[in-house]
Design a protein around this ligand. Structure first.
Ligand code: 2RA
Length: 328
């Protein structure tokens, strides 16, 4: 039985982590919930038992947990994940703090395995996670040359602040979390701008895709857009393959893959949508068609719940992967 900590237990993703832990029935006999000083003392119920959320301190982090599920932002992770790690805990970190460190695993269980050179494992960015799941079978069968992403990201990716900006925007209230109103708008601006004119979110998708697929030589680009949807991200994936493929073959590949759900029947207006992905664990793909502007290139529309598969579910699946493969 495991001793588990959840850091950021009162946040949107932290709450989803508890929800997933509960329904996945992860075997544990001790659960400790941590938050910032601001949220400490709050009560959180789990499996019918009330837990008082504790303030995370360096002293608290300096104890061995079997697993620490961390979703409290990059700064908190930078400060506390190494302390947990040094005490012998395996940390599964939802922040971007350690994702691109060479010795840190960046894991989507349907795609790759942790090597555990370090006891900190990074959970990838939500829009990256859902995208590499369908890319993996395409890479295995045809090889991938190039990927161009355009994302349509829900406001819950920005936490409660994003949701509030969407809801308040309908009343004409100025946004707090975004540079412009998100209500009735689309913002080609997620996270900060970098010197190359890309946003940090776009650079994350580019860098993380290459690391997870272990394909440093493929060409990847991205445009990440915030849209006025509360939950579930959608990604238009444009992928160029090495080997010749047809739309029909790709559909059969996805139909036979246990990790994606093909929803693709334009005669019946059936395709993946945010409203049908929200609350489910699945990665949906559809609108598969040939892109005649480039050789051997295809469009794929991909949708998933950004708080579940895009964050909390993937983190718990990494815990299960380690538990089941006895890597700990
Ligand atoms: C977002 N991917 O959607 C980022 C962080 N969750 O805001």
């Amino acid at each position: 039985m495991y001793k588990i900590a959840v850091v950021g237990a009162t946040g949107l993703v932290g709450q989803k982590m508890l929800e997933v832990l509960e329904r996945k029935e992860v075997p544990f006999d001790e659960l400790v919930l941590y938050s910032s000083q601001r949220s400490a003392g709050k009560e959180v119920s789990y499996k019918g038992k009330n837990y008082i959320v504790k303030a995370l301190t360096e002293e608290e982090a300096n104890q061995k947990f079997d697993f620490v599920l961390m979703s409290a932002g990059g700064k908190t992770s930078e400060q506390f994940s190494p302390i947990f790690e040094n005490a012998g805990s395996i940390v599964i970190d939802n922040s971007s703090a350690f994702r691109m460190h060479q010795d840190i695993d960046l894991v989507v269980p349907e795609v790759n395995q942790p090597k555990l050179k370090r006891k900190i494992i990074a959970n990838p960015n939500c829009s990256t996670i859902q995208s590499v799941v369908p890319l993996k079978p395409l890479q295995d069968k045809y090889g991938i040359k190039r990927v161009a992403y355009t994302t349509y990201q829900a406001v819950s990716g920005s936490g409660v602040a994003g949701i509030n900006d969407l809801k308040n925007g309908e009343q004409g209230i100025e946004p707090v979390n975004y540079p412009h109103p998100i209500y009735n708008n689309a913002l080609p601006h997620i996270d900060v701008f970098l010197e190359n004119g890309y946003t940090k979110e776009e650079q994350k998708m580019i860098d993380e895709t290459k690391k997870i697929l272990e394909l440093e030589d493929i060409r990847v680009t991205a445009t990440c857009v915030r849209i006025p949807v509360q939950d579930s991200h959608s990604v238009a994936i444009n992928v160029t393959l090495d080997k010749t493929a047809t739309v029909e073959e790709i559909k059969v590949l996805f139909e036979n893959n246990p990790h994606v759900k093909l929803v693709d029947n334009i005669e019946k207006n059936e395709y993946p949508m945010a409203i049908t992905a929200t609350g489910t664990d699945n990665v949906y793909v559809g609108r598969i068609r040939q892109d005649d502007s480039l050789d051997n290139t295809f469009h794929i529309w991909c949708t998933a719940d950004n708080l579940l598969k895009g964050a909390a579910l993937n983190a718990v699946q990494i815990l299960e992967q380690i538990h089941l493969n006895k890597l700990n």
